[in-house]
Design a protein around this ligand. Sequence first.
Ligand SMILES: [Zn+2]
Length: 115
Amino acid sequence: MKADIHPKYYPNARVICSCGATWITGSTVPEIRTDVCSTCHPFYTGEQRIVDTAGQVERFMKRLERRQSESARRELEAQIRREAEEAARKARARGGNADAAAAEVYAKYAQATQN
Ligand SMILES: [Zn+2]
């Protein structure tokens, strides 16, 4: 071995995985921390599981949930608006108060969403 060009070698370097598994190996660093190893990686465990160390799946699911509730709310608002317009049209046809009929529809939904 040529002198003064090789890094320090640790024959008892410890590998520590985020799953808790640990073992000894040879390395130029005394300690190695890793996210996945052969004990927990799906390839070795045979499990159909996503290794999600950065929480990306969780973030995606949250985003999806938010978007879905948002679109559901928009849909409900559109439905209420349609119903109110329909009620106003019918009231107008009867010669009644269109605004009052529309307000009645809004009031009905306001009460329903409070309960
Ligand atoms: Zn592991």
